[in-house]
Structure formats: C-alpha cells, structure tokens
Write a protein that binds this ligand. Sequence first.
Ligand SMILES: CC(=O)SCCNC(=O)CCNC(=O)[C@H](O)C(C)(C)COP(=O)(O)OP(=O)(O)OC[C@H]1O[C@@H](n2cnc3c(N)ncnc32)[C@H](O)[C@@H]1OP(=O)(O)O
Ligand SMILES: O=C([O-])CC(=O)C(=O)O
Length: 375
Amino acid sequence: MTDPEIHKGLAGVVVDTTAISSVNPETNSLLYRGYPVQELAEHCSFEEVAYLLWNGELPGDDELVAFEALERSLRVLDDRTKRIIDDVPVAAHPMDVVRSAVSQLGGLDETLEQPDGVLDPELNNGRAIYLLAQLPAIVAYDQRRRRGLPAVEPRDDLDYARNFLWMTFGEVPDDVVVDAFRVSLVLYAEHSFNASTFTARVIASTLSDLYSAVTGAVGALKGPLHGGANEAVMHAFDEIGSADKAEAWLDDALASKRKIMGFGHRVYKNGDSRVPTMKAAFEKLAEHYDRQDMLDLYNALEKAMGDRKNIKPNLDYPSGPAYNLMGFDTETFTPLFAAARVAGWTAHIAEQYAANSLIRPLSLYNGPTERHLSR
Ligand SMILES: CC(=O)SCCNC(=O)CCNC(=O)[C@H](O)C(C)(C)COP(=O)(O)OP(=O)(O)OC[C@H]1O[C@@H](n2cnc3c(N)ncnc32)[C@H](O)[C@@H]1OP(=O)(O)O
Ligand SMILES: O=C([O-])CC(=O)C(=O)O
C-alpha cells in the first residue's frame, strides 16, 4: 500500500467553499463578496465593510443608520471586563489581554445557555457586532493602562475609526490619520482561510460557541508568522535604524537564517494585493508627520529583500510603520489587526455553522510500530 500524500501545513489544499472573500494570486486581487478590496478601501467605512462581510451586500442608507446606531450603543466596557484586563500583568503581551477579554465576554453572555443559544443565527449576528464594538474599547483601554493613563470613554457621535482613535489617544487626529487607519481596518478585515480564520472555523465545526472560536482565532493571530508580523516589522525597523543600514542588516539576518517579518505569503507569491493601497496610506502619513526617513528605510529594505530573495512584502509590512506613525505602541499593532479581523472571523463562523461538517483531517503515523508492555 502506498503512503497517502502529505500536505504539510495544508499548503495548496482546498478544504471547503466560502462566499465571503476570494484571494486570487493569479490576478493579484482580493474580493470581499465580489467587490475589489481597493474599491472598498477607497469608498467605504469600516462599518459598511463589516456589514457587507456579514450580510453579503452593502447596507442601504436606512440599514447603515440602524447598524451604526447599534454598534455605537455597544461600545462601553462592562466593569467585569475591565477587571479581567486589569488582572493581566502589563508584562504580558496585549494579545493575551485581547484573548482573555474575548473569553470573558463569552462567560458573561447568558444567552449561550438558552436552548439553541450557541447556534441561533440571530444571536450570533448580535454577538458579532458586540465583539466588533467591544474590541476597540478593550485595545484602547489596555494601551492606556500600560501608559499609566486613565481610560477614555467611547463617544457615540464618532464613527468606528474615529472613536477607536479617540479612546486610544483622547483626541481625534487629522483626517489623513483617520483615513489611513480606516484603510488599514478595511484591508485587515478578511482574507479567506488564513490560519486564524481556519482556527475559528475548526472550533465552530465542533459546535462550540462563537466566543470560543474567536478566542482561538486571537491565539492563532498572535504568532509572528501571521498577525504578529506587523509588530515584528517595527522591531526590525528599530534594529536597523536608517535606510543606509538596511542592506547590511538584511545580509546578516539572512545569513543567520532569520525570517524577515512582513515579507512572503503562503498564497501570494508575486506580491500581496493589499500592499499598494496600504503603502499609499503609509506614504501620506510619512508626509504628514515629516518622516521621509521612515519611508526611505521601508523602500531600502523592500528593495534589498527583492534583490536578495525576490520575496515581496505582505500587508503587515506597510501596516507596522503606519501604526507606529499613528502613535500606537508596537505591541498594540496585532490587537489592531484582531479588532479588524473579527469581522471576517465572525462571518466565517456563521458560514461554518450554516453548512457544518466537523473538521477532522487524517495523519500518517510515523511513531514506533506496535509494541507491548513487558509487565
Ligand atoms: C497578514 C499576514 O498574516 S501575512 C503573513 C505575515 N507573516 C510574515 O510576514 C512572517 C514572515 N514570512 C514567512 O514566514 C513566510 O513567508 C510565510 C509563513 C508567511 C509563508 O510561508 P510559506 O508559504 O510556508 O513559505 P515558506 O516559509 O516555505 O517559504 C518558501 C521559501 O521562501 C523563504 N521565505 C519565505 N518568507 C521569507 C521571509 N519572510 N524571510 C526569509 N525567507 C523567507 C523560506 O525560507 C523558504 O526558503 P527555502 O525554500 O530556501 O527554505
Ligand atoms: O492569508 C493569509 O495566510 C495571511 C493573511 O494575509 C491574512 O490573514 O490577512
């Protein structure tokens, strides 16, 4: 009998259908429910994009008003969630806070105990928007706590992106900053069966609840081969210092077999479709903050990586320095990714529940052959 073919890392394996987004490396495109992500990033709010991912269509005017009002009404953190956050040592990574807080929200949701409370689509729609509204509050509360600053309460006269920045910094920055932030959220919102979304789908496939699936997804996103790369890019920039040192730094890093964070992708081998849009937003920020030096470093490392390895940047490469310029702490970058991706995760959880099959692949055993105890 021949051994079955192993697809390590599930590379190239198609495990299910999805109607939520399509990642097309051949045409270098990413479509959310059929719409090119670049068009959405140019014309839509993050709220509209979340609505689209969940409902399959963009909201009409009345639908958007109702949706925005609901999201704005769900932004205040429960004291019990604040206590969970306060209990996480500040030495722990902010993604640990996000993971614990999402888990706590599940524990607080009594409707999970109702008959069919886990799977009811209406309840899950409500939970998805609740998580979307709560995550900025969690992330902002935690960054301020780490800086020794008092929490800033949400404002219901601000859209999602502005309110997020308001809660984090206690002021709403200039439109160029708000816009770059909104663009990053739209680009981060969804990306088919990436590792964290697949994790969410695996958990949902056991008919576990939405909060458990999102908690697991947060854990998967934390790793530096996935969402953790945006902060790792910033650590690399800090190590390199300036554009003229990029080549030598890269040669050293490659010689010691380091992975260069923010480069490469499992699906896109000729460049990530989202990078040009995010890079344009980063360029505007660099101009706004008079940081041509950072843009020069970005370009120098990208060029050197192209010359040495012919490997192109992924979305985390422009997002990392863009979030730095906006004023976020480096360890907060991956929580920002999580706040945006919760839209995609919850859309996938709903899709998984709607046509579920337990996700349980096979493995090829390569341990000891059968043996017996001598007792
Ligand atoms: C938004 C996101 O989550 S995008 C992903 C963010 N992650 C990162 O930026 C982390 C850095 N990148 C990587 O580690 C990889 O490119 C991954 C994990 C994203 C994709 O990896 P895979 O599809 O499994 O490709 P794999 O790791 O096998 O790479 C193929 C070859 O390119 C090399 N390579 C790929 N990416 C990099 C990189 N960033 N730095 C150095 N070498 C790299 C590998 O070492 C490998 O070389 P080899 O064939 O000589 O061994
Ligand atoms: O698709 C992937 O493997 C990783 C990625 O770019 C994302 O999740 O946005």
